[in-house]
Design a protein around this ligand. Structure first.
Ligand code: CMP
Length: 158
């Protein structure tokens, strides 16, 4: 009987863990938005949209660390400027949780270029340019996990 109860609890725990892991995304409030004092307003929008804060950290990337984070863009013409910009001030890194987190968060933030972002989206409200576009959002579950672990250890995730 006791074995049965423990087995059920363990099974249920691992099911919940698996379910949560696929419903997480990663974001950074970028230096332009942080320095403009918009971190609180952006975080409020994120929470009001139903995302739970799993991990939060105010930090500053070196140009080298920014380059590692954006490694996938290394061959792009804007890579050097992007690394310089992303290391120009603090960022607020966060792991977020919600059903359909990656897609729903990308809807909440809007298009990469704020000129093309829908009204009411975070980038439409707070971004200054395609580079200084207020927030980053992961583009897949796989990258969300990679990007989250770039900033946070397991014991920093709740
Ligand atoms: P992000 O969602 O963080 O992912 C890659 C970033 O590169 C993107 O947001 C922009 O900040 C930046 N980026 C993408 N395209 C351009 C571009 N054409 N010029 C400058 N920066 C860009």
């Amino acid at each position: 009987m006791i074995f049965g109860a423990n087995f059920a609890a363990e099974t249920s725990k691992s099911f919940i863990f698996t379910d949560m892991a696929t419903n997480r995304t990663f974001t950074m409030i970028k230096p332009d938005a942080y320095l403009a004092g918009n971190s609180g307003a952006i975080t409020k929008m994120i929470e009001e949209a139903g995302f739970r804060l799993v991990a939060v950290k105010l930090t500053k990337l070196s140009a080298e660390r920014a380059g590692q984070f954006y490694e996938v863009h290394r061959e792009r013409s804007f890579y050097g400027e992007l690394c310089a910009y992303m290391s120009s001030g603090p960022v607020v890194a966060m792991i977020l949780e919600k059903d359909n987190a990656v897609a729903d968060f990308r809807t909440l933030i809007g298009a990469t270029n704020p000129a093309n972002a829908e009204p009411g989206t975070i980038r439409k409200l707070f971004a200054k340019s395609i580079e200084a576009n207020a927030v980053h959002g992961s583009d897949s579950d796989e990258n969300a996990a990679i990007e989250g672990s770039f900033f946070f250890s397991g014991t920093e995730q709740f």
